[in-house]
Structure formats: structure tokens, C-alpha cells
Write a protein that binds this ligand. Structure first.
Ligand code: URA
Length: 435
């Protein structure tokens, strides 16, 4: 086969066949197509979107470009994926909660991307913990703790690994077909069955409007159903962080608070229960998502989820007493500065993208591939939409490595909060479900 034939097909607005897509994915993984051809392929898909059938074929072809994991466990093997947000640490509460209810959650997770944080970076804020492990160790940790959130090895969906890097530099990230194939090829190679997708919408998400989020949710659900097993997506709000902190160690602190002392009406508890409830329904472990949500909330309240989190941390090389001693174990930044409200009123809007970028500027996220990050920096005490503030009250606390960095970021961030004198309604947490 010749890559140019496939590129001509795309250029002339036609769709490559299943066999051609399989060949292209293998050739991406083996290096048989060069970077220019891979970039032209990505641009071709951006310019002429794929049918549902072709998107399923591309996803399966990318999944099959490498190894797939197989599980032999005495319970359903399930997974959850978020399209990415700010202060989004829900995988870290949901995985252990679901594991404590009898399912297994082998979650291949990612690092920070752009302004959004990554689950692996957050976990690695725990001293000694490693998210890189061979398949045998991954299997053992999942069998013992019920969940493990780890980095995908180089053998998982290598076609995506290559295409993703090329999309990043060819302005072809924002294609629903390519995002779908990228996310699902990795998830499906992880060997999971039922899958719940958290499609984020709002100022801190990749999709900022409902039509875009709905299109992505439908594409992900249809493709997952076509390529593997039952899937559903919740479209959830990302107009403010899911927890009042943004940054790696600071978000782990919020995870621990949610696991050891859950507040039932907090965003993190509600989203964990809603997404987890849907996942339990898909796995046949609950009659309905609302019944599943009750089970998940019970797992948080009883401490069962916290116990699973502790087991997972210890199995990955972290402290064995983390659940009891997390406050002493996490790194803390040396300098803190408040972001003062410039007027009194009610917080009406938050530019969550700017909050995510502030953490990158503090060096809690990467500006270049492979850059070392500082797990201790970030933001805490971020006010939520609808909070009343007086002039001078802190809207957030900046945690920085130096005084200059903390002060610069604090000064920049005050424009990211809109404070009004009128009534403000809080955004709903779940905007819709696609099943
Ligand atoms: N996450 C992925 O893994 N791939 C994308 O294309 C976008 C988000």
C-alpha cells in the first residue's frame, strides 16, 4: 500500500477503507509513513470528517497498532475517562470508590496537557510513588487494590503516541474524529469493558460550548459502543475547578479530604457519585445510575474508598500510612500570596483556563515536552461561583516556589474572577447525559 493513495482519497473528500485505515495505523507505529504524511493525514481528517463507521475503524486500527491488555479478574473490569479540565481529580476519588464496590479499574491515565492537569502528575506528587510499571506489576496492583492509575506503556496504541505528537504541531488537535480515536484507542487497548466518559464543557475545558461538547460526547459513545462495550458520557460543567485547589499536591490534598471526610454537596462528591453511578449501571452492578450514585456515596462515607486509595498508593511505592498521614507527607511550596477581590459582590464567573495556565506559569505544568514540574505549586482556596466576597477578600491563594513568581501570578489572576453586585446562579454540575 502507498500512503499517497490514502492521502489522495482524503484530499478528494472520500473516505479511506477499513483496510487502508488499518494499514495507515500500523505504518504510523512502524515509522513506514513519515511525519509529513502523518500531518497530511491528520489535516485531511480535520477537513473531511469521518462517518461513524470509519471513525470506529480508525479507533480499532489505532488500538491494534500495539498490544492490548487482557484481564482475568473475579469482577467487571471498568474505566472512566475525562476529556480534561482544571482541578479535575475525579478519577482519583472514583477509581478507589468503584474498586471498593467490587469492580476492577485499571486506568491508563495521562499527564497534563495544555492548561489541564494530568492524573499521573497529581499522583506523582506523593513521595516515592511511581506511575510507571510493567504489565505484570500493573496486573498485580489491580488484582490487589482493585484499581491502579498508571502511564500507558510504549506498547499501548503506538499509532496514537506518534499521531498525537504530530497533531500537536500541525494544528490538528481539535478534530472530533481524531480526539475520539486517540482517547478510545488507548482505553480499549487497556482491555476494559464498560466505560463512562466525562466530557467537560466550559471555560476550563477543551470544548467551551454545549454543541461542541455534545458532538464529542456522541462521537465517543457511538464509537466506544461500536468498537467495544457499553459506554455513556456525562457532559459536566468546567466553568470552575472541581475542587477549590489547582496543582498537583494541592489537588491530592483535596482528594484526601473528599475520601476521609466527604461533604455530600461538594462538586467532587457529586461528580464522583454521578459518574460512578452511571458506571455501576453500565457494569450491571446497579439497577439505575441514581441507585449506583447512592452506592458510590456510601463507599466515600464509609471510608472504603479511602482504604482502597491507601492500598493503591502503597502498592505503587508511596507511603504505607498515606491515608493517616497525608498532611505531613505532601510537599508544600515555600511562598503563598492571596489574590484579593477588587470589589465587593458575588463571584459570577471564573476564567478556569487562566487558573490552569497560572499553574503552568508556576511550573506546576509543562511548557515543553519532558519538562520537570514542581508538584508543590498551584492555587488553593479558589472561591466558587455564587460566593459573596468583600473587597480585599482572597479569591484564591497562590502557592509559589519564589516570592516573585507567587506575586506575579497573584496580580495576573485577579482579572480571572468576575465579581458582580447582582444575583448569580450557580451553573448545574451535569448538563446532560449521552447513553
Ligand atoms: N486526550 C487524548 O488522549 N487525545 C486527544 O486527542 C485529546 C485528549
Amino acid at each position: 500500500m502507498d500512503a499517497r493513495r490514502i492521502l489522495t482519497t482524503l484530499r478528494t473528500g472520500r473516505e479511506p477503507s477499513r483496510g487502508e485505515l488499518r494499514w495507515f495505523a500500523k505504518a504510523l507505529a512502524s515509522g513506514e509513513v513519515d511525519d509529513a504524511q502523518a500531518g497530511a493525514f491528520a489535516m485531511g481528517v480535520c477537513r473531511s470528517p469521518l462517518s461513524d463507521e470509519a471513525r470506529v475503524s480508525l479507533t480499532m486500527a489505532m488500538r491494534d497498532s500495539g498490544n492490548s491488555l487482557k484481564w482475568d479478574l473475579p469482577g467487571p473490569v471498568v474505566d472512566k475517562h475525562s476529556t480534561g479540565g482544571v482541578g479535575d481529580c475525579i478519577s482519583l476519588t472514583l477509581g478507589p470508590a468503584i474498586a471498593s464496590l467490587g469492580a476492577y479499574v485499571p486506568m491508563l491515565s495521562g499527564r497534563g496537557l495544555g492548561h489541564t492537569g494530568g492524573t499521573l502528575d497529581k499522583l506523582e506528587a506523593i513521595p516515592g510513588l511511581s506511575t510507571e510499571m510493567d504489565e505484570q506489576t500493573f496486573q498485580r496492583v489491580v488484582a490487589d487494590a482493585g484499581c491502579a492509575l498508571v502511564a500507558a506503556g510504549s506498547g499501548i496504541a503506538p499509532a496514537d503516541r506518534r499521531l498525537y505528537a504530530i497533531r500537536d504541531v500541525t494544528s490538528t488537535v481539535e478534530s472530533i474524529d481524531l480526539i475520539t480515536a486517540s482517547i478510545l484507542s488507548k482505553k480499549l487497548a487497556g482491555g476494559v469493558g464498560p466505560l463512562v466518559l466525562d466530557v467537560k464543557v466550559g471555560s476550563g475545558a477543551f470544548m467551551t460550548s454545549m454543541p461542541e461538547a455534545e458532538a464529542l460526547a456522541k462521537s465517543l459513545v457511538n464509537t466506544a459502543n461500536g468498537a467495544a462495550g457499553p459506554a455513556a458520557a456525562l457532559i459536566t460543567d468546567m466553568n470552575q475547578p472541581c475542587v477549590p485547589s489547582v496543582g498537583n499536591a494541592l489537588e491530592i490534598m483535596e482528594v484526601m479530604k473528599a475520601l476521609v471526610d466527604p461533604k455530600e454537596d461538594s462538586i467532587v462528591s457529586v461528580l464522583t457519585a454521578e459518574l460512578g453511578g452511571e458506571l455501576l449501571r453500565l457494569a450491571g452492578m446497579a439497577e439505575s445510575s441514581s441507585e449506583g450514585a447512592v452506592q458510590v456515596m456510601d463507599a466515600l462515607r464509609s471510608g472504603a474508598a479511602a482504604e482502597r486509595f491507601g492500598r493503591m498508593v502503597a502498592a505503587k511505592g508511596g507511603p504505607s500510612d498515606f491515608v493517616e498521614r497525608w498532611r505531613d507527607r505532601l510537599p508544600a511550596a515555600p511562598v503563598t500570596r492571596g489574590v484579593p477581590a477588587s470589589q465587593s459582590g458575588t463571584v459570577a464567573a471564573i476564567d478556569s483556563y487562566a487558573l490552569g495556565m497560572a499553574v503552568v506559569h508556576l511550573r506546576g505544568g509543562r511548557r515543553r515536552l519532558g519538562e520537570t514540574i514542581d508538584p508543590s505549586v498551584g492555587l488553593s482556596g479558589v472561591v466558587s461561583i455564587g460566593t459573596s466576597v468583600e473587597v480585599g477578600d482572597p479569591l484564591a491563594i497562590v502557592h509559589g516556589a519564589t516570592r516573585t513568581e507567587a506575586e506575579t501570578v497573584a496580580a495576573e489572576l485577579s482579572a480571572s474572577f468576575t465579581v458582580n453586585s447582582g444575583d448569580v446562579s450557580r451553573p448545574p454540575l451535569v448538563h446532560g447525559t449521552v447513553a
